[in-house]
Design a protein around this ligand. Structure first.
Ligand code: NOJ
Ligand code: CA
Length: 499
């Protein structure tokens, strides 16, 4: 497989910058806070980071509303701080991906302001506009009446996020521009320029937001959007051969095989394999059978394994935390499984200690129900759980007030903690190339009505039983690693074994 070699043993850690570590006591996380915590990431066993957007933004959608793609958000620090982060991370063997938001900008981006002017200018076609003030964009949300220009503009997500114009698959209206046209090309090149800027300053690639959303109209099979990415990514690779790109797409047959991304997230989509693995009422990791997960995953894995990596996630900034669904014992097995399946896994900050989803929190910066998964990292049982020196009332989001809120420091000294389980599984993964991204994968046992899952990774056998009853299992070889009790011929409740 022609993917950057470092991905084979990569394990990513996703950081929501506002909530990781506050280095200057203003109540909000920042880049220098992340720099200070690099040794923690390394010690955990992660060797790559994905930072959610850390660019200048009005933060109406947590930074996914970018006002200046080439400027660090002042609340997080400066570009120099970011460059220093890249350098220090590299010195520790950690790569850093930034978040690229190519589908839309903030409504405060200078391109959009120019675009909304009545006089024709360089940016008039940078966004998707109709040609009359009460004419909308059929099938897509749009806004009218906000700018002096006589037209309405399409949205890609929230009201604050006008859609950038990459052209239309099939042009059916005068105001639409073709995929092959000048306007689409200019937008694409502007995005290439942004990517080049950060790659040249030492970043190692991008997580790409809503990567499948670019070409509008009649691109149901995404062939136009895929072609666009393939060209753009390979243009970047020619200059930065080590760069890696992960798509927020959720369809590896498209994202990996056609769009040529290195990785694609296995996202929690209703009724898909990931949902059936972790989050549905009958999820495998809640002690049910793995059949629905295995069926969906195997199909996608087989179709895409020559082209790139499916990325399992413990969670992300958009979903309730995994601890909302699983008990502490189940979490250990969940991580053991997610971190020993093929592909390149992503751990969401705080999941390693079982941070909780604070479902009662009011929305912050466009978070809505996602806000409860974005609270400050819990470092130690001290003021603000070690996140910040600020007065608690000044924190950007409160820390988990529960008296038993987990912390990294407390778990470090407990050999049986979730944190130490994650460390042990990651150490095992780094030791055994068979368990890494490229190791072969074959399901040996997955049956309806039976919670036992056995699969092979290269020469190793992995077996798990997430139910609370023992199951009969013949696991060959001597155990290299185990959670729970495993005897000859049987796996105890909540157990996991690699042999
Ligand atoms: C997906 C991001 O993960 C999410 O946080 C954001 O709100 C939307 N894309 C819009 O950019
Ligand atoms: Ca700060």
């Amino acid at each position: 497989m022609n993917r950057p070699a470092w991905l084979r043993d990569a394990v990513f850690y996703e950081i929501y910058p506002s909530s990781f570590a506050d280095s200057n006591g203003d109540g909000i996380g920042d880049i220098n806070g992340i720099r200070q915590k690099l040794p923690y990431v390394k010690d955990l066993g992660c060797n790559a980071l994905w930072l959610n957007p850390c660019f200048d933004s009005p933060f109406k959608d947590g930074g996914y509303d970018v006002r200046d793609y080439k400027l660090a958000a002042p609340r997080y620090g400066t570009n120099e701080d970011l460059y220093a982060l890249f350098k220090e991370a590299h010195a520790l063997g950690i790569r850093v991906l930034l978040d690229l938001v190519p589908g839309h900008t903030s409504e405060e981006h200078p391109w959009f302001i120019e675009s909304g002017k009545p006089e024709k200018n360089e940016y008039s076609d940078r966004y998707v506009w109709t040609d009359f003030w009460i004419k909308g964009t059929p099938g897509h949300p749009y806004i009218a009446g906000e700018t002096p220009r006589n037209g309405a503009y399409m949205l890609n997500f929230f009201k604050c996020q006008p859609a950038l114009n990459y052209g239309w698959a099939k042009v059916t209206e005068d105001w639409q521009t073709p995929v092959t046209g000048k306007a689409a090309r200019a937008t694409r090149n502007a995005m290439a320029d942004v990517m080049r800027f950060w790659l040249a300053h030492g970043c190692d690639g991008f997580r790409v937001d809503m990567a499948n959303s670019l070409v509008k109209g009649d691109d149901d099979d995404k062939s136009y959007t895929c072609a666009l990415w393939k060209g753009l990514l390979n243009e970047m690779r020619a200059e930065f051969p080590e760069a890696a790109f992960v798509a927020e797409w959720g369809w590896p047959e498209q994202a990996l095989c056609l769009a040529d991304f290195d990785m694609d997230f296995y996202l929690d989509h209703w009724d898909n394999g990931y949902h059936k693995l972790v989050r549905s009422d009958d999820a495998y990791l809640k002690g049910n059978d793995p059949a629905a997960f295995v069926k969906d995953y195997l199909k996608r894995y087989e179709a895409s394994k020559e082209d790139g990596y499916i990325s399992f996630i413990t969670g992300n900034h958009d979903t309730p935390r995994i601890s909302w669904y699983l008990t502490d014992d189940q979490l250990k097995l969940a991580y053991a499984l997610l971190l020993t399946l093929p592909g390149v896994p992503f751990l969401y900050y705080g999941d390693e200690i079982g941070m909780r989803y604070l479902d009662y929190l009011p929305t912050k910066e466009g978070g809505y129900t996602r806000t409860g998964s974005r609270t400050p990292m819990q470092w130690a049982p001290e003021k603000n759980l070690g996140f910040s020196d600020a007065d608690p009332g000044r924190l950007y989001l409160p820390v988990d007030p529960a008296p038993d809120a987990p912390t990294a420091a407390a778990q470090e000294s407990d050999p049986g903690s979730l944190l130490n389980t994650v460390k042990a599984v990651l150490a095992l993964r780094h030791r055994c190339p068979d368990l890494q991204a490229d190791g072969s994968f074959q399901v040996l046992h997955a049956q309806a009505g039976d919670p036992l899952l056995i699969f092979r990774r290269g020469a190793l056998t992995v077996a798990l039983n997430p139910s609370n009853k023992p199951v009969k299992a013949d696991v060959p070889g001597t155990p290299l690693f185990q959670i729970g009790s495993c005897e000859k011929g049987s796996l105890g409740p909540n157990s996991f074994i690699v042999s």
